[in-house]
Design a binder for this molecule. Structure first.
Ligand code: ZN
Length: 256
């Protein structure tokens, strides 16, 4: 069984003490493909280090996280993203998007950064990995205006309703499903079975959003398996089938 964690912050300081063991633990339960989203330029070196330590398992994305789009620095940060994409192979542009939970005052520059990075993804023929928090309308507005055959990717940590799920799918996006699907009040578990598995990829968003029974604790990539087991229950198919389909979906998105 090959499981793919399509969104994991392996470089997080929360893994400082046991990073290699944590990654080995995941590989040992079948989670052997890790897609690592960028946040801002301060993490780039740590991402390089991870990719050279685990070249067969770790695949990097490049992008500027919406919560790090600040008036003083975003132009410099976008330049960094641009330079990195020109310099080495990345497998997606992410995580990018809009977050109105933490800061509404930066909406204008968040939109600007999101749009600019979508255009970079198109230029390099890469998928995008979307971070959306309390911003579905704003994100859909940008996606609609940039809509084209070469715009595709993943709605990371999808938390919307059924209509928003259908809308995301119609815009060439897969839904990144993680720990929230295991929460009692997570809501997505109620309509997920009505979404074809071909639109689903798995993720942890480690070290955040650990699935049940680790809710509230540090999340790690090995828990991708718990999300797969939850989906096996929802879709009433063997967990191996969930692994096979979601890994195939991840290959289609990332090209590896
Ligand atoms: Zn993330």
């Amino acid at each position: 069984m090959i499981l793919t964690d399509t969104h994991t912050h392996l470089y997080s300081s929360q893994f400082q003490e046991d990073r290699s063991e944590m990654i080995e633990r995941a590989i040992n339960v079948g989670v052997s493909r890790f897609f690592v989203p960028a946040i801002d330029s301060s993490y780039t070196q740590r991402m390089y280090d991870l990719a050279s330590q685990f070249p067969k398992h770790v695949f990097l994305m490049m992008g500027l996280h919406p919560c790090y789009v600040k008036p003083e620095t975003f132009e410099y940060e976008l330049k960094h993203v641009e330079e990195e994409l020109a310099k080495r192979k990345y497998y997606a542009v992410g995580e990018i998007g809009i977050d109105l939970y933490w800061d509404k005052s930066t909406l204008d520059i968040q939109k600007l950064a999101f749009t600019h990075q979508i255009q970079l993804a198109k230029k390099y023929k890469l998928a995008i990995n979307i971070h959306c928090r309390e911003a579905f309308d704003e994100i859909f507005e940008v996606l609609e205006s940039e809509k084209s055959d070469d715009l595709y990717g993943i709605f990371h940590c999808f938390t919307g309703d059924f209509t928003q799920a259908q809308k995301a799918i119609s815009l060439n996006m897969k839904l990144g499903i993680g720990g929230v699907a295991t929460f009692k009040n997570g809501k997505i578990d109620q309509f997920l079975k009505d979404i074809d598995l071909k639109h689903i990829v798995l993720e942890t968003d480690a070290p955040y959003l650990a699935p049940v029974p680790y809710r509230g604790k540090r999340n790690e990539s090995s828990y991708t398996k718990l999300v797969a087991e939850k989906l096996a229950h929802i879709y009433q198919v063997p967990v191996e089938e969930i692994a096979r389909i979601t890994t195939e979906n991840s290959m289609a998105v990332f090209g590896i």
